[in-house]
Ligand binder design. Structure first.
Ligand code: NAP
Length: 287
């Protein structure tokens, strides 16, 4: 199978390249090689290479910065996916697009279902929701995977930030009233491959780590794992739980964004054990 990967230098892009089957053909592109916001460029690229599938790992993911960069976030998160969906449909390629738990407002108190009402509370979530719609409106056979709290050995993420901050700060205050499911990018990559190998009905699928936690609980697990692996440079770091109201950020975040995975489980895809992934990933993180 010939697969076009966009956003190849991001967390998911890197992990996808790492596990890509050696007997398949991968066209891995970064934003220089294929800017997904340019419809003509996307059409020409897909027409020339005729991939069997397109995996969109490209996105504008800076949640706070997006509040000041609506246009750019919209172009990357909504226009880009529309361009890919249009080309995928035109040239008969499968499309897997990735979205986020931040399409929800977080007022629910039980895991969100795929067809629950979306109501993003920040620009990032709004543009990602626009992307979901632009993909499915233009290509109903496309697969949209909503995931959450992504971490990996690559790029910027909460795990890396915690380990880095612990080196220089005696105390860290971490939000304890936002709940979500950490997800290892490598597990998302594996699931995308599985979905490409099978004939999956188009639509939205939720996929995230198996247990939900608060950011504070996530940080506690990170430091416990690093400690166990003898990789804590400052074992004395204190972590203190705080409320969202005590920590000002540009973008509002949903207080609860746990995703229900019943739909994807029907495809024999299990919720990944993110704590196990964390133990595997921490030694591979370069600070
Ligand atoms: N990170 C999270 O916590 C999280 C949570 C939920 C859902 N998600 C979703 O999961 C997916 C993967 O996220 P990630 O964490 O792997 O993202 P990431 O590490 O931020 O990578 C995104 C990549 O997109 C590329 N990109 C940006 N603009 C582009 C353009 N115009 N054309 C082509 N590529 C472009 C960037 O490449 P350049 O550096 O070359 O610009 C970057 O390498 C995204 O859809 C994201 O919304 C992420």
């Amino acid at each position: 199978m010939k697969v076009l990967l966009t956003g190849a230098n991001g967390q998911l892009g890197h992990c996808f390249k790492d596990i890509f089957p050696s007997d398949w053909q991968l066209l891995a592109t970064d934003s220089q090689q294929l800017d997904i916001t340019d419809g003509l460029v996307v059409d020409n690229f897909v027409a020339l290479h005729r991939p069997d599938a397109i995996v969109n790992a490209a996105a504008y993911t800076a949640v706070d910065k997006a509040e000041d960069e609506y246009e750019l976030a919209y172009k990357v998160n909504a226009v880009g996916p529309k361009n890919l969906a249009t080309a995928a449909k035109k040239y008969h390629a499968k499309l897997v697009h990735v979205s986020t738990d931040y399409v929800f407002d977080g007022t629910k108190r039980s895991p969100y279902l795929e067809d629950d009402l979306t109501n993003p509370v920040n620009v990032y979530g709004e543009t990602k929701r626009a992307g979901e719609l632009s993909v499915l409106d233009n290509y109903s056979s496309a697969i949209v995977i909503r995931t959450s709290w992504v971490f990996s050995e690559y790029g910027n993420n909460f795990v890396k930030t915690m380990l880095k901050l612990s080196q220089t700060r005696p105390e860290l205050t971490i939000i304890d009233d936002q709940l979500g499911c950490p997800t290892y990018a490598g597990d998302i990559a594996k699931t995308i491959l599985e979905m490409l190998m099978n004939d999956i009905q188009g639509g939205i699928y939720h996929y995230c780590g198996d247990e939900y936690v608060s950011w504070f609980q996530f940080a506690s697990k990170i430091f416990a794992a690093a400690h166990e692996l003898n990789l804590m440079t400052n074992s004395n770091v204190m972590i203190k739980p705080i409320l969202t109201s005590e920590y000002q950020t540009k973008a509002i975040r949903p207080l609860y964004s746990v995703l229900n995975m019943d739909k994807i489980k029907q495809l024999d895809i299990k919720a990944p054990d993110w704590e196990k992934a964390l133990i595997d990933v921490i030694p591979r993180i370069h600070l």
